[in-house]
Design a protein around this ligand. Structure first.
Ligand code: HEM
Length: 398
């Protein structure tokens, strides 16, 4: 009965009313318009993440993807998000050997230096845009640095990844945008092939560590390292920008919470997780039922697509007391913003670290942060990566 259109810009602008209706009226429902089952409650989404009867493979059109884009190698060689065991197990084990907690921790000084420089550059003006000046630029600099790529390439890599994102944002893409996405996919693959040529297995950077990662006599092929690298750029870029932007906007919208954070910056880690729950950029993930599955009294038949609405689950009153209130010190906070189980976000520790450092630095540099007078938030992107397009702030330097 609900006529939910995940690709309409009105829904992307404010999906939360829809989610509430779903949870109370039709927690598991078939969407004719979309062609998938939509799962809205926390308990069901959580259960589904752990259920092996669901496959991660799905029809790209259900994701809103554009079939007019030729993803080249990136489309041909399977990567983590679209694979099931045993291939997923193999890839994830090998990649985990390279993308380790200590490799992420080692980035701390680099992230601090980058964030500090970005805020320094804008601090003097007293007014800036968090997206344009910090959140939009930081993730690519960090992941590019982690991969061992020259800082000078960051801008180009960002352009290609942004162009490629169009392939996943669907129907609205023009023919020119689709052509640009295809070209970006091909240029990115060439770029990483070249980057590998000059390297050998080692420990100096993530590319070297991906080359070195082995289990017995198994290792990643060159093509797999290339597609994994492209995946890391795509998966970690818009999403982390989105969390930083959405989180800052939410603080500006909740001045009492912002004051509490100024008063006690040790709350930043909890606050970042509350941002993930409250305005996480990835609102849904897609699966396909391999067998019939019963959820909340409804049977999803084998072969059908399933959308797990994690952003709806994260506002479920059954799980989160006063779920529609943003509370920087919410604890416990078992949100699903990074997914769960075997596909749990590989980059979660990195995303948390980046946004925690950005928030802490902002609180240290300024004594006051407010929305610029004539700025009203505009929400864009897609339900795969939803974020405010800009966050203009007025600040007072400490
Ligand atoms: C706030 C930022 C981020 C959010 C909200 C986010 C969210 C997610 C979610 C929900 C999934 C699960 C997808 C599924 O179950 O189908 C996922 C998977 C993944 N994420 Fe993230 N992500 C973020 C940042 C990053 C970063 C920084 C990286 C890498 C540098 C990254 C790399 C990945 C990869 C490789 C996967 C696939 C894992 C697998 O299938 O085994 N993500 N992410």
């Amino acid at each position: 009965v609900l006529d939910f259109d995940p690709f309409s810009s009105d829904v992307v602008a404010d999906p939360y009313g829809w989610y509430e209706k779903m949870r109370t009226e039709e927690p598991v429902h078939w969407s004719d318009r979309w062609g998938v089952w939509v799962v809205a409650r926390y308990a069901d989404v959580r259960f589904a993440f752990h259920d092996d009867r669901l496959s991660a493979r799905h029809n790209v059109r259900q994701m809103g993807a554009t079939e007019g884009v030729d993803l080249g190698l990136f489309g041909r060689v399977p990567t983590l998000p679209s694979t099931d065991p045993p291939l997923h197990t193999r890839l994830r084990r090998l990649i985990n050997r390279a993308f380790t907690p200590s490799a992420v921790e080692a980035l701390l000084p680099r992230i601090e230096a980058a964030v500090d420089a970005m805020f320094e550059r804008v601090a003097e003006h007293g007014e800036f845009d968090v997206v344009r000046d910090v959140a939009g630029a930081l993730p690519i600099v960090v992941i590019g640095g982690m991969l061992g790529l020259p800082l000078a390439d960051a801008r180009q890599l960002k352009e290609w990844t942004d162009a490629l994102m169009v392939a996943f944002e669907g129907g609205r893409a023009s023919t020119e945008q689709q052509a640009a996405a295809s070209e970006a996919a091909s240029l990115l693959a060439d770029y990483f092939r070249d980057a590998l040529k000059g390297r050998s297995a080692g420990t100096a950077d993530l590319l070297e560590r991906l080359m070195a990662a082995a289990e017995g006599d198994d290792a990643l092929s060159n093509d797999e390292i290339v597609t994994t690298s492209i995946l890391l750029l795509i998966a970690g870029n818009e999403t982390t920008t989105g969390l930083m932007a959405n989180g800052t906007q939410t603080l500006l919208d909740h001045p009492v919470e912002l004051e509490r954070l100024f008063a006690d910056p040790t709350l930043v880690p909890l606050a970042v997780d509350e941002m993930l729950r409250f305005v996480g950029p990835v609102q849904m993930v897609l699966r396909t039922a391999r067998q019939d599955i019963g959820l909340s009294g409804t049977t999803i038949p084998a072969g059908d697509g399933v959308a797990l609405m994690i952003a709806s689950a994260n506002r479920d009153e059954e799980q989160f007391p006063a779920a529609s209130n943003f509370r920087i010190d919410r604890s416990p906070n078992d949100h699903l913003a990074f997914g769960l189980a075997r596909h749990f976000c590989l980059g979660a520790p990195l995303a948390r670290l980046e946004v925690q450092i950005a928030m802490t630095t902002m609180l240290e540099k300024f004594t006051r942060i407010e929305s610029a007078e004539d700025s009203a938030p505009v929400w864009g992107g897609s339900l795969q990566a939803r974020r405010v397009t800009g966050v203009r702030c007025v600040v007072t330097r400490r």
